[in-house]
Design a protein around this ligand. Structure first.
Ligand code: AMP
Length: 377
């Protein structure tokens, strides 16, 4: 079976690394073959929305998936229809996860409405498409608040914190050329995420809860399992509701703010997620393998943690591998990307026998790798 993946970044690379031992083949589509997944599998090169390339990808693969969410849903739909017609295949060519979930995740307002419709607590928010609508949203929701682009925002890009009425005009000038969302600022205690997978037969597996630490809007550190049993149960139940609502196939992640012991859904990702990278060494079955298993129609594997994991993102520059690898049991993953400020170039994972040991080693490592994070065990 050949799996086609739109996007050949590090997520695609780790999907292929998980799927090749299962006997699966991979074919990617990306703007360049000089990408992380391009090091291990062939890449069709061109624009993500290129109809001919998408049709070729669909025609040469048995199932289609994606490793990032900013790709054209109508282009994917059209390619699947055309390829099914020309190849005389079943009209039910599979794209997994479902495009309905992809479409919802691409637009922050649709995403919030999905959360509300399914009964997940989320931030109070309003769509904004004019300066007058922004003023109305601020009057209704209050200050401080976050003004965000509805589309194409990630890692804190395309957002402004509004503290006072004086900030509105400047933020509107900076962001107002595209549809926006205004939402209440949540003075959260910390951030968590939950990741799980649903198979074609409807079975679901959920990983332990992740505690996430960001700096400058970018994930720096994940600790998992995060021992907060009530929150883990609530997050797992919320995830299952979304998985079932979409008759989802594949891995889904939801990020939450935690405030006074309650979860507030922030966003979802219809794909494998950075906060789940620890599962490669820290779980019986990694998120990458479970995504591949789900979309290939295979049974899902157990998500039990093998210990207490810490995953540290390597951002902007890669530390010297020989010095990092003197840490016993440290697993290093380099994505083969050119160094650039703010760019995720790799990650490393430690799995320890207790949370206390993990946290002490993580604090020591972070003093070297990300001193700005100020993490203390
Ligand atoms: P996002 O792109 O929505 O995940 O936002 C990136 C980061 O900005 C989040 O991980 C939070 O740390 C912060 N952030 C986003 N929205 C809010 C909010 N409504 N209140 C407080 N902090 C926020």
């Amino acid at each position: 079976m050949r799996i086609g993946i739109v996007g050949a970044g590090q997520l695609g690379q780790m999907l292929a690394l998980a799927g090749i031992p299962l006997g699966l083949e991979f074919l990617f589509l990306d703007r360049s073959a000089d990408t992380p997944a391009g090091r291990i599998a062939p890449v069709l090169t061109g624009e993500f929305g290129d109809a001919a390339l998408l049709a070729q990808l669909v025609g040469r693969c048995d199932v289609l998936s994606f490793d990032w969410e900013n790709i054209s849903v109508p282009a994917l739909r059209a390619a699947a229809r055309t390829a099914a017609r020309t190849a005389g295949r079943s009209a039910r060519f599979r794209i997994s996860p479902p495009l309905s979930a992809l479409a919802a995740s691409q637009d922050r307002w649709s995403e919030k409405r999905t959360f509300m419709r399914l009964g997940l607590a989320t931030t109070r928010c309003a769509p904004v498409d004019s300066q007058a609508a922004l003023a109305r949203a601020v009057r209704r929701i209050g200050l401080p608040g976050m003004l965000k682009t509805r589309r194409l925002g990630y890692d804190g890009k395309g957002q402004r914190l509004l503290r006072s009425p004086d900030d509105l005009e400047q933020a509107w000038l900076q962001l107002g050329s595209v549809p926006l969302l205004y939402e209440e600022f949540v003075p959260f205690d910390y951030e968590v995420s939950i990741i799980g997978a649903r198979a074609r037969d409807g079975s679901i597996v959920v990983y332990p809860l992740n505690r996430n630490y960001h700096a400058d809007g970018i994930l720096r550190l994940t600790l998992s399992p995060w021992r907060a049993p009530a929150l883990a149960r609530a997050a797992g139940a919320a995830l299952c509701r979304v998985l079932e609502a979409y008759r989802y196939v594949g891995v889904l992640a939801i990020e939450f703010f935690v405030r006074q012991g309650r979860l507030i859904a922030n966003e979802m990702a219809p794909r494998v997620h950075n906060s789940g990278h620890w599962t490669i060494e820290g779980s019986v079955t990694s998120q990458f393998e479970n995504h591949v298993r789900a979309i290939a129609g295979l049974p899902l594997g157990p998500t039990t943690a093998r210990g207490h994991a810490a995953m540290i993102n390597l951002i902007g520059t890669l530390p010297d591998a020989s010095s990092l690898l003197t840490e016993p049991g440290l697993h290093l993953h380099c994505y083969g990307k050119e160094p650039r400020p703010g760019r995720k170039l790799g990650h490393c994972t430690l799995v320890e026998t207790s949370a206390a040991r993990r946290d002490a080693r993580t604090a020591r490592l972070l003093r070297r790798l990300a001193p700005k994070l100020g993490f203390h065990s």
